[in-house]
Write a protein that binds this ligand. Structure first.
Ligand code: SF4
Length: 283
């Protein structure tokens, strides 16, 4: 899943996100006077949103996960071919140093088919780190992550969740664009992973959001399934990890908008944010 969806997909579906809530969406409008939880209607990428997660809940979000039936592996026990320390770059002390190394990297064939390395961008001490799959055509051309249609949607999600894009760190599993936007091969993920692992170590965010299956599996191993783990608080080397769908998937499948928004609400709550549009909510 790349940062930018194919143009034809974008043209067919992106305007949908400008529309008001579908009639089939249940109304979440309520107010404290009605005796219910304080919620608002917020037009977020074309959907009506629900209340921010209750951080005071005694039941953590991952509780359901660890109570899975016996025999199912928890993420912490899933073999993680890539989830090891960034030993290769342990001596690299800054993102700027790592960027220079990345720009000269030829560790996998992807570099031969792209214009340049899309390293990532954002605050070096960001509390929130977003990890996608790989650069798309627009990202390859501009040298920045998530600046295509999916990136524009991600910007809107972040803004609605109360984050400025500049304060989060955004990168991808592979930094060179795979040809025809194909999914990066395991060997390519493996080759690029030490860069990602060292970025995580240097930034040491409070929360990582993995966007899509490739990102989740790079962090937790190839047995990790996005459809099963999406929306559950997990952990990557002591850092809270929230798996969610890739924004490009939302451009193709509007049904994924609601779960992604719920996931970002949970992230906002964990980081003490209130989505900007909730600031005027009574109560
Ligand atoms: S994708 Fe990563 S490992 Fe492969 S050449 Fe680019 S920077 Fe190096």
């Amino acid at each position: 899943m790349h940062d930018n969806a194919p143009a034809d997909v974008h043209e067919q579906t992106f305007p949908f996100f400008e529309e008001s809530s579908p009639q089939t969406e249940p109304s979440l409008t309520s107010d404290a006077a009605a005796g219910g939880p304080a919620v608002v209607q917020l037009e977020l990428f074309g959907m009506t949103t629900g209340p921010i997660a209750d951080t005071a809940s005694p039941k953590p979000a991952w509780a359901d996960f660890i109570r899975e039936p016996p025999g199912k592996k928890s993420p912490s026990t899933v073999p993680s071919p890539a989830g090891r320390p960034a030993a290769r770059f342990a001596a690299v002390g800054s993102l700027d140093e790592l960027r220079v190394l990345a720009q000269n990297c030829r560790a996998c064939p992807l570099r031969d088919g792209c214009r340049g390395v899309v390293f990532g961008e954002g605050g070096p001490a960001a509390k929130l780190m977003l990890i996608g799959e790989g650069p798309g055509a627009v990202e390859d051309e501009l040298g920045r992550p998530f600046v295509g249609p999916a990136g524009q949607l991600l910007n809107r999600i972040l803004s609605a969740a109360g984050f400025e894009r500049e304060e989060v760190y955004i990168t991808n599993v592979v930094m060179c664009r795979p040809p025809d936007n194909r999914v990066p091969a395991p060997a390519e993920v493996e080759a690029c992973f030490p860069f990602l692992a060292r970025k995580i170590e240097l930034i040491h965010p409070e929360v990582i959001v993995s966007l899509g299956a490739t990102s989740l599996q790079a962090l937790l191993g190839t047995n990790a399934r996005i459809t099963r783990l999406r929306g559950k608080w997990l952990e990557y080397r002591g850092i809270a990890l929230m798996p969610t769908f890739h924004p490009a998937a939302l451009l193709r499948d509007p049904a994924k908008k609601r779960p992604v928004w719920e996931d970002f609400q949970a992230v906002a709550a964990r980081l003490g944010r209130r989505p900007a549009s909730l600031s005027s909510t009574p109560g």
